[in-house]
Design a protein. Structure first.
Length: 165
């Protein structure tokens, strides 16, 4: 049996990573555009808002305390809108890209740890099943041995009494 909390955490971090990559693609594509449509802007702001809401929930679920290397919320906060992306200086953009990439790596590191935990849980689960099967077989053998021993004792008793030859 698989550990359901681990599977749920893996699913949630994968969903978050999809949003994180989508966010990155959106602001990267805005760098090359002359104008942003209202639909693109609305989609970006909805994605940004969803990331902000899910991020804290994800960190709480993973029981991860904020660290200095985690710049996820800084990336989200530094891009106000797609329209404002064109005003970001090269130095700010480089920092933004670096922070996004570090966050991406950090999230993937968490995912890797969870997948290792899942693999370990699977091994432990398989070992527990084998142990249970072994104990069941041992119990059946013990039961048959006891039945045979009781039958043997009864047969000897009946022979001693002369009832059985």
């Amino acid at each position: 049996m698989m550990d359901k909390p681990i599977l749920r955490k893996i699913e949630h971090i994968k969903e978050f990573l999809e949003l994180w990559v989508k966010f990155h693609q959106m602001y990267k594509s805005a760098l090359n555009k002359q104008s942003i449509t209202p639909e693109e802007e609305d989609n970006f702001l909805q994605t940004k808002s969803l990331i902000a809401r899910r991020y804290q929930t994800l960190m709480d679920e993973l029981e991860i305390k904020p660290t200095m290397e985690d710049r996820t919320m800084d990336v989200i906060g530094s891009i106000l809108s797609l329209d404002s992306v064109s005003n970001i200086s090269d130095m700010q953009l480089k920092k933004l890209e670096n922070d996004w990439h570090n966050s991406f790596l950090l999230l993937n590191r968490f995912l890797g740890k969870l997948e290792a935990d899942k693999s370990e849980a699977r091994k432990t689960s398989s070992l527990a099943v084998l142990k249970e099967k072994f104990l069941n077989i041992l119990l059946v053998i013990l039961l048959f041995t006891m039945i045979f021993l009781i039958a043997y004792i009864i047969a000897n008793f009946l022979r001693i009494k002369g009832i059985l030859k």
